[in-house]
Design a protein around this ligand. Sequence first.
Ligand code: F0G
Length: 409
Amino acid sequence: MAQFELKCIECGKPHDMARPAYSCTKCGNLLEVKLDIRASKERLAKANHLSRPLSVWRYRELIPLGEKSKAYSLDEGGTQLIKCDRLAAEIGAKNLWIKFDGTNPTGSFKDRGMTVGISKAKELQMKTVTCASTGNTSASLAAYAGLAALRCVVLIPEGKVALGKLAQAMMHGATVVSVKGNFDEALEIVMKSSEKLGMYVLNSVNPFRIEGQKTAAYEICDQLGGESPEYLYIPVGNGGNSAAYWKGFAEYEALGMVASHPAIRGIQAEGAAPVAHLFERNSKVLEPVKKPETVATAIRIGNPANWKKTVRAIKESGGNASTVSDEEILWAQKAMARYEGIFPEPAGAAAFAGLKKDLEGGAVDKSANIVCVSTGHGLKDPDVAISQCVKPKVIEASIEALEKLLEVG
Ligand code: F0G
């Protein structure tokens, strides 16, 4: 068997990796890259990958890009795994780390996927790339498309994208199209028009993006000295990243790099929680949320395109999915910023909010090794941050005025 094969997640039908493909030509389900473990082990052993700097491309041998193809990189990945003792004490945990993927080049985990996705687009000789986005995907795609001299067209839900993300997409030179509808509707347009318009889709339905994002799981294991955490808390929007993490953990275990894997706890915002509801109902079928709503606009998604992948990932890992309220998300955002110096956007605080709730409800062991993924930087969404904080105090330009203010408190 070749080291990599592109297969349908349901019927297993193989697909040609040398052509753009997002869904099975036989049954319409999503596609995924399957890794041959023996071949991968051999390549990895020769590479001595642990001697390389921590980054997405440390794991070059586990990424399905042609050996001669160029990797378009902004030096993504290699993000901090921060031991959070103050936050842990606050919520009654013992061993808590936050994987802060908000410190990637464009401020979110999407860069891990885009470096691989854009490199693949070039390999396929595509000229235009596209996505629908709640903001971060468009910011990241625009940056990497610029780097690779590709035309970039992004569709965003009108009025529902945080300001920083919009600024990024525009600044990096994308054609930004504002759709009078939500993310789910924008993604439908992208999927139905891309072939006709000759555009390569880089939403997380693109299996090569997932191959970049899975490296975050490898990194966590390497950062923990060759061990897997017991729980991984992660926000779920379109369901790509949680599926990617699980793929990474499962592969690293199969490759013998770690002896175990974490239970994946998928966290959704209450107003946009079709995956969590599926678990609550113990159902096999997703019921989309027609009008998703949450302060965490990044995960304001009612009909996740990757729902089957994320449900399978969560189940296989022995995990679960649950919800947090907007209030809980905003509390978590502030706590992360004030106790640990980590400034996440609201979606990037959802996982920690979910952990706090689980600890209160006794759903997780207090002494377990727990990693929460923080997916995006707080500077992306200054409006939400500012609206939660006390306004700056205004004084005359004198020392006396400052003294007086500080005395008063
Ligand atoms: N956190 C942040 C900061 C995000 O931007 C997203 C998704 C998620 C979590 C959820 O990840 O979709 O893989 O389950 N943002 C996409 C976008 C939808 O368009 O930027 P997921």
